[in-house]
Design a binder for this molecule. Sequence first.
Ligand code: GLC
Ligand code: CA
Length: 558
Amino acid sequence: MEKKWWHDKVAYQIYPKSFLDTNGDGIGDLRGIINKLDYLKELGIDIVWISPVYCSPLVDQGYDISDYYNIDPRFGTMEDMDELLREAKKRDIHILMDLVVNHCSDQHEWFQKALKDPDGEYGKYFYIREGKDGNPPCNWRSYFGGSAWEPIPGTDKYYLHLFAKEQPDLNWENPKVRREIYKMINWWLDKGLAGFRIDAIINIKKDLRFRDFPADRPDGLCSCFVMLAESGGPGEFLRELKKETFDRYDAFTAGELFNYKEEDLPDYIGADGYFSTIFDFSSETAGGSEKGWYDRRKISPDEYRDILYRVQHITEGMGFMANIIENHDEPRGVSRYLPEGECTEDAKKMLATVMMMLRGLPFIYQGQEIGMTNCAFPSIEDIDDINSRDEYQVAVQAGCSKEEALKAIERYSRDNCRTPFQWSAEENAGFTSGKPWLMVNPNYTQINAGQQMSEEDSVLSHYKRLIRLRKSEEYKEVVVYGSFRAVYTAEKNLIAFLRKGEEKTLLILANFQKEGRILPWGSELKKVLINNKKQLDVQEDKIFLEGYQAVVLEICLE
Ligand code: GLC
Ligand code: CA
């Protein structure tokens, strides 16, 4: 594989609204990010993806953009953005912004003009179609609930929105729209961005027949996933996008796409792929249900392991996936993947060790490095997220009691990851001097960065050690480029694999259970590089692992 500048980096996602508020309005801001660049540098971060800060009504927290060329005043100013880029550069930190171009906000001037004249030039910037006998053109369900079509007042026409009705889909079939998008991207890249995280990108190619599919819920609608599978895929658009923008700047891009076809993976992340990398969501989607969040199921440690291994195998020699355990759309990884009641510091470090030692590009989500957990929201009123509120209704309509519905939402709500960053044990976790826009997780008195910074055995220190290992001159080659091979595959509740580099071999062992275990041993142990426990007992023919013990060992293979 040809080596690229970003292969050996460690990336970090910031959700600005919840990162750090510097002016007391309860909303995190760009100055908050500037203030914490040293914290990120010290952690070992090289690439920072910032979730959207463009002008937005914040119906979907900035994923509804009303002006791509300006910063929303709640987050700061363009001067702040320029300063952030300068300050990041001084520290060798590369900044990515979020590219949200499947849709814009209904407040964007293009859409406002389209509403005034649906048959005019700007009407063609969107998907506007006539209804069928007073009903929407077809039965597609939006991701956030209800029909994906919204009537245009005073007409018999509807516009398409795969997400909220305030997020009209942009018509990528129209070359003018594509040109506008490329111009905007290049404008930002000229400013000095390193690249983008690319939002919801599989959705840009629609099945242009706009026809009904068999209903999959009692509402008579059908998930857009079905339509996307029939659409032929966004390949042609993505090839042009890359050529007209990213290629010209050697930009780094991380695509967000669910439900791509596996045979298309090389087109996305292969040598000349549309993107540098895409996120691996396979463990996030596992356990999901067509019916809704209330019907989701927790996956077992063995399922988690098998999913990770599979992705390692299919990407071998082809490209890099971006590895995550959570992001702003998912619950906290430690709450999701660890069995209930076992979310201890050791177990958190175990998950971290696995994620950071897999082949791929690690993306740490803010707060993950201190082991932030899901939040017990007292009522549905304490949840802000549009998606969670819809899923609550779906659960109630399916017959769940209010308590059951809240439980399900609490488990999977996107707001779990959006509660303010826990900087310290001070009021509001040190996030704001005002009233935080979303409740602070009450566990901030026990879980916060301030305390963990000074503790050698904190989750934060563990992440730092893992990052240092990845970046060390000695082990970089094997951690970044080493091949992957699963070992001890017949064992239950064990994640165990080799990373084999040109000169070195690492063995990663993660005992995914609270009980200790003994494994047969036949290799020569050269060095214990990472250990989340005080000791490791290796004998001539056995190795002992305590419950949730995770180690990275340098070994000598005969
Ligand atoms: C992506 C974003 C999510 C947003 C959606 C619509 O999935 O990550 O937060 O709601 O796209 O833009
Ligand atoms: Ca603020």
